[in-house]
Design a protein. Structure first.
Length: 85
């Protein structure tokens, strides 16, 4: 993965809010074993705290919803400790 992709996207660990309202902790940046595509590893801060992966570009893309342009995930802070039960 190129450094320019990370700079363009401004990747950082911490707490993010999905456009549907749920909160997640970005844990790490990983790479797909076959394609080397950068993947965001993140954990739900609700329910069973499931662990998920999503392509880096998709994680930080903007989407259309009800006529509005929104970030799929928006950074909301470094501290995730208050979100864990």
């Amino acid at each position: 993965m190129s450094d320019s992709l990370l700079k363009r996207i401004d990747f950082k660990k911490g707490k993010y809010r999905h456009f549907k309202g749920n909160e997640y902790e970005v844990v790490e940046l990983a790479h797909h074993s076959e394609t080397q595509e950068p993947m965001v590893v993140y954990r739900a801060l609700y329910g069973e705290h499931g662990l998920w992966v999503r392509p880096l570009d998709m994680f930080f893309e903007t989407i259309e919803r009800d006529g509005k342009t929104l970030k799929r995930f928006e950074f909301i802070g470094d501290d995730v400790s208050q979100s864990h039960p």
